[in-house]
Design a protein around this ligand. Structure first.
Ligand code: UD1
Length: 425
């Protein structure tokens, strides 16, 4: 397994281009299952998770062409599910990536049958899919769990209904949204997640012929159609990748222009960065993030569903707080086990005490380089950020987690002056 070696202590100066959003692209690719016509997606990032989903979709019978593979701004995928040849999503593929469960809604809506492996737990928590299942049942699907598989049947098709989610779930909102586009009559999703990636999916579904009201709100109203058509859609820019590089500039110091940063989707994080003493300013093409001589101040954050502070930036923000003047409380409310970066950061000299869902971070003047291990996607990039700020050498091992969500991370950072390289296993 590859690792990443970083020689820390160098500020970042330069520009970084933010790529297409992984968490939007994955759902958009699943939407291709809703129609027999081609769906053209632009600015799809080249990531391990995207390739995993390509394999899964291909085994359902989706024809996938990759164009513009070398374009640094992202590739173009042309997906066509002319005929669905298999409605089974096997364990072997689903367990590699939880987002695979997003084929469930489209498959049962279009084919009336789907057998999708339960994704199982993952490092950051149990992550059940009960809301996906209960929502599809409300739309008339009969669902049994058998042999580790969700077996969904709706031989006469799905029927619209009012679904009120007991709490906010991004994936359940997306699964139900896609399923409802082909259900008979009207579906209303209440207490729906409002993450911008859901808006991106909804806008693409509208281009495919779906009728959706309330995009961007917590109440989505969908009028089902007998079929959807093809469309072309450019994937939104990745707010989490962009936010991560903003935090990289903050922790390493220096001045970085983030081209295409979707700052409008990062309000909570930008607000926290400014309170920490980092300058964030819009310019013509993107956003400048700058910290030149001042030290970071401690700022408390609590993760929440959008528009709150994103859980996917919690580990990176906590890393910034490790070098703050004063203390910061970081509270995680979305996932129950998302502090696995803490012991690794402690190996680098961070002073962090975890109590239930909160981590009290007492800032230290400097982190020190160390060998550390990545445990999940966002935790692994937080260790890279720690390495940028640390004195001496940091080696982050098990970087396959990083490759699931960050494209060419070492290239993007070294172009801004970081000493970072990948060591092939
Ligand atoms: C998505 C994102 C992930 C992000 C998360 C929260 C993708 C591919 N992943 O994950 O990066 O961290 O949103 O912003 O887009 N839950 C249940 N039952 C369910 C569904 C969820 O109990 O049926 C729980 C989960 O365990 C978690 C919480 O609800 O504690 C939120 O999860 P959810 O919003 O569904 O996250 P994902 O869609 O899996």
């Amino acid at each position: 397994m590859d690792s990443i070696r970083i020689e820390g202590g160098r500020p970042l100066y330069g520009a970084i281009h933010v790529g297409g959003a992984k968490n939007a692209a994955l759902k958009l690719m699943c939407a291709a299952l809703l129609t027999d016509q081609p769906l053209v997606l632009e600015r799809v990032p080249r990531l391990a998770d995207i390739r995993t989903l390509e394999v899964l979709l291909a085994q359902h019978g989706v024809d996938i062409k990759v164009e513009d593979a070398a374009n640094p701004q992202g590739q173009r995928l042309i997906l066509q599910a002319g005929e669905i040849t298999s409605t089974t999503a096997p364990y072997d593929l689903v367990r590699r990536m939880r987002a695979s469960v997003l084929v469930l809604g489209p498959l049962v809506a279009r084919c009336g049958t789907a057998d999708v492996s339960l994704p199982g737990g993952c490092a950051i928590g149990a992550r059940p899919v009960n809301l996906h299942i209960e929502g599809l049942r409300a739309l008339g699907a009969e669902i049994d769990i058998e042999g580790g598989y969700i077996r969904a049947r709706a031989p006469k098709g799905l029927t619209g209904a009012i679904v009120r989610f007991p709490f906010v779930s991004v994936g359940a909102t997306e699964n139900l949204l896609m399923a409802a586009t082909l259900a008979k009559g009207e579906t209303v999703l209440e207490n729906a997640a409002r993450e911008p990636e859901i808006g991106d999916l909804a806008h693409c579904l509208v281009k495919m012929g779906a009728e959706i009201e309330g995009i961007g709100t917590d109440r989505l109203r969908i009028l089902g159609k007998p079929s959807l058509g093809g469309a072309a859609h450019k994937v939104m820019a990745d707010r989490i990748e962009g936010g991560t590089y903003a935090l990289a500039a903050a922790i390493a110091g220096g001045k970085v222009e983030l081209i295409d940063l979707p700052a409008e989707h990062l309000g909570a994080m930008i607000d926290a960065l400014r309170r920490a003493g980092v300058t964030v300013e819009a310019n013509g093409t993107g956003t400048i993030v700058r910290r030149e001589n001042n030290r970071i101040s401690g700022v408390d954050v609590i993760t929440e569903p959008y528009p709150g502070f994103p859980t996917d930036l919690q580990a990176q923000f906590m890393t910034l707080m490790t070098i703050a003047e004063g203390a910061a409380m970081v509270t995680e409310t979305i996932f129950e086990n998302r502090f696995m970066h803490v012991p690794e950061l402690a190996r680098m000299g961070a002073n962090i005490t975890v109590h239930h869902a909160s981590a009290l971070v007492r800032g230290v003047p400097k982190l020190k380089g160390a060998p550390v291990m990545a445990t999940d996607l966002r935790a692994s990039v937080s260790l890279v950020l720690a390495g940028l700020a640390a004195e001496g050498e940091t080696v982050v091992s098990r970087v396959y987690h990083l490759d699931r969500g960050y494209e060419r991370v070492e290239e993007k950072l070294s172009a801004c002056g970081a000493r970072i390289e990948r060591i092939a296993a």
